[in-house]
Design a protein around this ligand. Structure first.
Ligand code: ZN
Ligand code: ZN
Length: 321
């Protein structure tokens, strides 16, 4: 998953102007704001504490985590289900409340992650550039995003998505305003600052930790992992090896014990008629491949070893009858 940009503005009216955003690291304003947001978390020490504020922070986190996993990731980046143009816009606006950039930038950056995953060209690979860089450093690296061609033409043809992408800060500030309306200034501190920073780092962990720590069921060309803890924190995104194996699936927890809250909500939305054509892997695609690949890789070594033993026996005992 991929977050936050603010690249220089392009001439208004360019057909796919938002694609340029995919090349941008954080602009100076956004980079400064990200640091300021981190420091703002310290305001909890001078804000009167209450459990209802904690509940606001948790609610703000969970709802927006769902928005980014379902709207930005599974729908916009992967088209894992279909929906109406109106609900598509709702998903884009909700995704932009997470401070993870505009919907087109997010989708373009994420598609590039899958295209190059853990190879040169992957914008946030801990294998290529180390853990810290993959976690947050890449956002400040102006040279990080060389390839501008990753297409989001399917999304950029909607003017309303281009509008949200260009004005990505409106939904974010709107969310801050909602927190203020609910609980005043303490509501901003807990429901916006604390919640948004927690949300950002949980998302970042999919870019960093989910390519380092966990188990692998599928032999993918990257180092993606399945991690139950990350799956709980991110409402299902922690099944990242599953996801890299079958990226267009709306379901990332492939088995009943793999908790995937985002998928449960997608199925609920399907029942309500808000989404349809929800994509899931076939039974054949669920079959683990990592052991088969390991066995295949080991086989030549075994046969080589058998060859060495046979040669050694022949040398020692002489040719057989
Ligand atoms: Zn990944
Ligand atoms: Zn993905």
């Amino acid at each position: 998953m991929s977050p936050i940009p603010l690249s220089p503005r392009r001439p208004a009216g360019a057909a796919l102007e938002t694609l340029d955003r995919a090349s941008g690291s954080l602009g100076r304003l956004a980079g400064t704001l990200l640091i300021a947001m981190h420091l703002s978390v310290l305001l909890v020490f001078v804000t009167p504490f209450s459990w209802s504020l904690v509940a606001l922070a948790v609610g703000s986190y969970v709802f927006r985590m769902w928005a980014v996993t379902t709207g930005y990731h599974r729908y916009l980046a992967h088209r894992a289900f279909k929906t109406s143009r109106a609900f598509q816009l709702v998903l884009a606006v909700l995704g932009a409340t997470t401070m993870q950039g505009g919907p087109l930038w997010w989708a373009a950056t994420h598609r590039r992650h899958h295209k190059f995953s853990d190879q040169p060209g992957d914008v946030h690979s801990p294998v290529q550039r180390g853990f810290f860089y993959a976690h947050i450093g890449w956002l400040y690296d102006r040279g990080a995003n060389g390839d501008r061609t990753d297409p989001v033409k399917d999304l950029a043809r909607f003017p309303e998505l281009r509008f949200v992408d260009r004005h990505e800060w409106l939904p974010l500030f709107g969310w801050a305003g909602l927190c203020y309306a609910i609980a005043g200034w303490p509501g901003i501190v807990w429901g916006f600052f604390v919640s948004t920073i927690a949300l950002l780092h949980a998302t970042f962990l999919i870019n960093s930790l989910a390519h380092v720590w966990g188990s692998r069921r599928y032999e993918t060309r990257d180092q993606s992992r399945n991690n139950a803890l990350l799956a709980v924190l991110t409402l299902g995104e922690g099944w990242h090896n599953n996801h890299h194996h079958f990226m267009s699936s709306a379901r990332q927890g492939f088995f009943w014990w793999e908790i995937d809250v985002s998928f449960y909500v997608i199925k609920l939305l399907e029942r309500l008629g808000l989404v349809w054509d929800v994509r899931e892997p076939s039974a054949a695609a669920l079959v683990p491949t990592v052991h088969a690949a390991e066995a295949k890789a080991a086989r030549p070594r075994d046969s080589r070893a058998r060859g060495h033993v046979a040669a050694a026996l022949t040398t020692t005992l002489g040719p057989g009858p």
